[in-house]
Design a binder for this molecule. Sequence first.
Ligand SMILES: NC(=O)c1ccc[n+]([C@@H]2O[C@H](COP(=O)([O-])OP(=O)(O)OC[C@H]3O[C@@H](n4cnc5c(N)ncnc54)[C@H](OP(=O)(O)O)[C@@H]3O)[C@@H](O)[C@H]2O)c1
Length: 260
Amino acid sequence: MNEQAGKTVLITGASSGIGKSFAQLLAAEGANLILVARREERLKEIASELATAYSISVEVIAKDLGQAGSAQALYDEVQRRGLSVDTLINNAGIGKQGDYLDESLESHHQVMQLNVISLNDLTYLFAQDMVAKGSGNILLVASIASFMPIPKFATYAATKAYVLTLGESLAAELKDKGVTVTTLCPGGTLTEFMENSGQQIDGLRNLAMMSSDQVAQEGLTALQKGKRVIVPGWLYKFSIAGLRLVPRRLQAVFGQMATD
Ligand SMILES: NC(=O)c1ccc[n+]([C@@H]2O[C@H](COP(=O)([O-])OP(=O)(O)OC[C@H]3O[C@@H](n4cnc5c(N)ncnc54)[C@H](OP(=O)(O)O)[C@@H]3O)[C@@H](O)[C@H]2O)c1
């Protein structure tokens, strides 16, 4: 088991939803935290609450990871503060539902910059230090969208497929170097993501929603056990297992139904 007490954990997207839940759960375990997102005031409030409640050290770094070069700038800031990251949680992500051609290219690029480029670059930069130390844990937040094509959520699904493939590949590549890589693939989770991405939660979909605490807890348990991929919740575990049995064309139909 990889206990996180006393370790330093960097969490992107820690100002709300699943990232905030990671921060709360890890603080309760006694981990020291580096919280990253754009909304600095929110991060500072969370930091001050957690530092007081659990006597841990919590650093705040406000950063827009949707900008080119921001991962390197974040890594440099961590070095400047003299911090060493034991565990990296690459959680920040956005999505936008709608017709592919109705969105501007710039809007598609923003999703790719945050979900793929910044996630990739942070993984690359911090994994180098972890390999040099001979230890470290990386958790990548993907999605059940990683497993299927999703019409009207195409760029998001494509970015999340990238995250899952990167995570599984690196888990195998880095395992003999003391670094674990776990990819968390949540299904519907009640966070600001739902509204920001333009999804409706009504009727049956509401019943399928998980809380951000449940999702983050399953992610941490998987990380601590060194598991490579985790789909939180029995409903989503069974759905993904079943989905693998149908052709990709049909997966696209289910993918769109699940997000419409
Ligand atoms: N909710 C779901 O149903 C669901 C399902 C599957 C996967 N996921 C994934 O779970 C992860 C967390 O999402 P969530 O559901 O917790 O949504 P959320 O509550 O909207 O959280 C997203 C986090 O990302 C941060 N963020 C967004 N844009 C950013 C940027 N340009 N630079 C830095 N940080 C940025 C946000 O903080 P600021 O706005 O302060 O920057 C926020 O802390 C995402 O990768 C998402 O794709 C969510």
